[in-house]
Design a protein around this ligand. Structure first.
Ligand SMILES: NC(=O)c1ccc[n+]([C@@H]2O[C@H](COP(=O)([O-])OP(=O)(O)OC[C@H]3O[C@@H](n4cnc5c(N)ncnc54)[C@H](OP(=O)(O)O)[C@@H]3O)[C@@H](O)[C@H]2O)c1
Length: 244
């Protein structure tokens, strides 16, 4: 079974992905700045197949070290899912340099560095005996294309990732590596916890399916993109937003 690296697996969508891909039989590696009881419980139940570490996505050297550890531990990396992100909500006029730097460092540069390190590993490892081609999936957001007040900088990082994915797909296609982005709508996670009740009901009202999403609504698409069923899909941005 494949080895899948997922950033930000301690909670929310990342944790749901860790659970789903472990259940599929993958060996899974994940990092975040802090752990969580839920991730610790999974690690205890899957000692051989789940590798976790405390790494800051804004620290390029630490990411490089983590990817090397994963390659040593599991022998290969087949799928990379760049999921870790932060959102500092607020209108642009009062957004600090620190908040801008933080979102660019974690969401955009952190994801790009992680993908670069994984791609370096994918390019040197022996061609897979697996039926599934290696893949990169970056987690974007519906706000990259739709917009939402107070999220312009966050949206810029996600729009950047979508452009990154489309371009990298062309660069890596000849090497058999697929690259896609998944763009969820608003999800009920810690990241969106600061949404006011008014905003929450406004978002639910304008969504065709009448509600915010759950991590479980998104994991299936990522599982699909990292499966043989998606072997001819690359350079795509797939919206999972309940019809936002
Ligand atoms: N929630 C939404 O409404 C929504 C909508 C569209 C797209 N998304 C995207 O979906 C993805 C997952 O979001 P989520 O809602 O699951 O968020 P979440 O619940 O806040 O989880 C974020 C994960 O990323 C990790 N993380 C954050 N900063 C990090 C850093 N500097 N270094 C390492 N790990 C870091 C967190 O762990 P630590 O804090 O311990 O580091 C956590 O594991 C993100 O890319 C997000 O932009 C979310």
């Amino acid at each position: 079974m494949p080895t899948t690296l997922i950033s930000g697996g301690s909670r929310g969508l990342g944790l749901a992905l860790v659970e789903r891909l472990l259940a599929r039989g993958d060996s899974v590696a994940t990092f975040s700045r802090s752990g969580s009881p839920a991730l610790d419980a999974l690690a205890a139940a899957h000692v051989e197949r789940l590798f976790t570490a405390r790494v800051d996505a804004a620290d390029s050297a630490a990411i490089r070290g983590f990817v090397e550890q994963v390659a040593t531990r599991f022998g290969r990396i087949d799928h990379c899912i760049a999921n870790a992100a932060i959102a500092h909500e607020g209108v642009l006029a009062v957004t600090s340099d620190a908040a801008i730097d933080d979102m660019l460092a974690v969401n955009l540069k952190g994801s790009i560095v992680l993908v670069r390190e994984c791609v370096r590993q994918m390019l040197v490892q022996a061609s897979p005996s697996l039926t599934v081609a290696p893949s990169i999936t970056v987690i974007s957001s519906v706000v990259a294309s739709r917009g939402s007040p107070g999220l312009a900088v966050y949206a810029a990082t996600k729009a950047g990732l979508e452009g990154f994915a489309r371009n990298l797909a062309r660069e890596l296609g000849p090497r058999g590596i697929r690259v896609n982005a998944v763009a969820p709508g608003f999800l009920e996670t810690e990241l969106s916890a600061s949404l006011s009740p008014d905003n929450r009901s406004r978002i639910a009202r304008r969504t065709a399916l009448g509600r915010l999403g759950q991590p479980a609504d998104v994991v299936g698409a990522v599982e699909f993109l990292t499966s043989p069923a998606a072997s001819f899909i690359t350079g795509q941005v797939i919206a999972i937003d309940g019809g936002a």
